[in-house]
Design a protein around this ligand. Structure first.
Ligand SMILES: [Zn+2]
Length: 319
């Protein structure tokens, strides 16, 4: 995450009991079906066991040393394949189950942000407050930047959704020097009248913390923001993505937020507060945790992550 002030709402709204039970049941089934080592989810392998004191102050926007190298250097990845670079002219949409559906994918941050601090540090209104336009994002200890991760997963996700017939738009495609600002990211989804929007991130939490989580919009009705119409459908989108993400990646829900559900509700994110269409964020893992970092830097794992997110979107859009 790492881009907007306090990492986590200290009092995240717990999901409804019914929704939570349903999700937990779905996760258990998915874990069992995937043959995943369930002990990981309960901290059996040690590192995920006790967030304890280490969970206090996640390392927010650190791009270590502020080094632009973190954003532009060669990441150590365990795979070399990469989706094709973007092009402004997208091929015509295929016929498929998602024909007529519009999906906006928001790759968090921008690899150029570190070199444009003045631009990204200006504040923008987010309804119930103000936030920086954008932030640099975090990185792994080895310097693999979150912004590289988010763009790679987003391009993979676009390819999967286009195969299903969806019309897909990215808020940035490595085709601009910085940003966009978080309010513009929301506006792109609104103006596209997107049927679903997903903002892709990886977290910069304490090193002992593991796992993914999906962030849902809370109810905000201030300063031009009004999320009342999207809270319900965004939750459904988020639950579907969380379930599919477990199944596709074998990753466990976060052991440091969300009480094991992989779902967290926040009201301090401009990208959610300003959205008029169903939208969630996903923190695919914790870049500052060694085991999560090994996954996040693997091209094969990023493909699985994209498949999990895609599966959730497809399920949501097909009902
Ligand atoms: Zn982020």
């Amino acid at each position: 995450m790492s881009y907007e002030g306090p990492e986590f709402d200290p009092r995240p709204s717990p999901p409804s009991r019914r929704g939570r039970r349903a999700l937990i049941a779905a996760l258990v089934v998915a874990l069992a079906a995937a043959g995943v080592a369930v002990q990981r989810a309960v901290g059996g392998d040690g590192d995920g066991a006790a967030p304890a004191a280490s969970s206090g102050s996640p390392d927010a926007r650190a791009t270590p040393g502020g080094s632009p190298g973190a954003a532009s250097g060669s990441p150590s990845v365990s795979g070399t394949s990469s989706p094709p670079a973007s092009s402004t002219a997208r091929p015509p949409a295929k016929r498929g189950p998602l024909s007529g559906k519009v999906v906006v994918i928001d790759p968090g941050h921008n690899t150029g942000n570190a070199a444009h601090t003045a631009e990204i540090n200006r504040t923008v209104r987010i309804g119930n407050g103000a936030k920086e336009c954008d932030t640099t994002g975090t990185s792994t200890d080895a310097g693999y930047a979150e912004a590289k991760f988010t763009l790679d997963v987003s391009r993979r996700l676009r390819a999967l959704l286009e195969q299903q017939g969806a019309t897909v738009r990215l808020t940035q495609d490595g085709d601009r020097p910085w940003g966009p600002c978080i309010d513009e990211r929301a506006r792109i989804g609104n103006e596209a009248k997107a049927d679903a929007v997903v903002s892709v991130h990886a977290d910069g939490s304490a090193a002992g913390n593991r796992g993914f989580h999906v962030i849902l919009p809370g109810t905000v009705t201030q300063g031009g923001a009004d999320t009342r119409g999207i809270v319900g459908p965004s939750r459904e989108l988020g639950e579907r993505i969380a379930g599919n993400f477990v199944r596709a990646t074998g990753s466990a829900p976060s052991d440091y937020v969300g009480d094991g559900t992989g779902l967290v509700t926040r009201e301090d994110l401009g990208g959610l507060n300003l959205s008029k269409v169903p939208k969630v964020f996903i923190e695919c893992g914790n870049m500052r945790n060694g085991k999560d970092a090994a996954l996040l830097t693997s091209a094969a794992w990023r493909q699985k992550a994209a498949q999990g997110i895609s599966g959730g979107i497809v399920g949501f859009l097909r009902g």
